[in-house]
Design a protein around this ligand. Structure first.
Ligand code: AMP
Ligand code: ZN
Length: 110
């Protein structure tokens, strides 16, 4: 999608620190980290938000979840938090589905 910042990162049009790539997925460091470790995981195919998760095939959904876990493991993490902000009221500011992986220095939640 032309005006999507994450599509531009995926296309290599704007720089990012890539952490992992594979299975139609990309992981890169968040430019404004909210914890000691803050990585974003995105599908290479533009999907606006978690609401649209059912447009993925069951295999794609499984790959995506596996890639989040594999990326966290590759970062050497055992304990971490995964967040998907959904819609503006849910804190979403970039409208390309992404999974936040956060670790270290996390505020209490729930
Ligand atoms: P959300 O608020 O859940 O939509 O998360 C969007 C995240 O993208 C925020 O944590 C931003 O810091 C991050 N972000 C925005 N632009 C970039 C960029 N160019 N490279 C890396 N992360 C970004
Ligand atoms: Zn996009």
């Amino acid at each position: 999608m032309t005006n999507c910042i994450f599509c531009k990162i995926i296309a290599g049009e704007i720089p990012a620190t890539i952490v992992a790539r594979g299975a139609g997925m990309l992981a890169f460091e968040d430019v404004a980290p909210k914890a000691d470790v803050h990585v974003l995981v995105v599908p290479e195919r533009h999907i606006e938000s978690f609401r649209d998760i059912e447009t993925l095939t069951p295999d794609e959904s499984k790959e995506m979840l596996g890639f989040v876990a594999t990326t966290a493991r590759g970062l050497g993490l055992e304990d971490y938090r995964v967040i998907v902000n959904t819609g503006p009221g849910g804190g979403q500011t970039v409208f390309h589905l992404h999974w936040h992986i956060l670790a270290g220095n996390l505020p209490a939640f729930g």
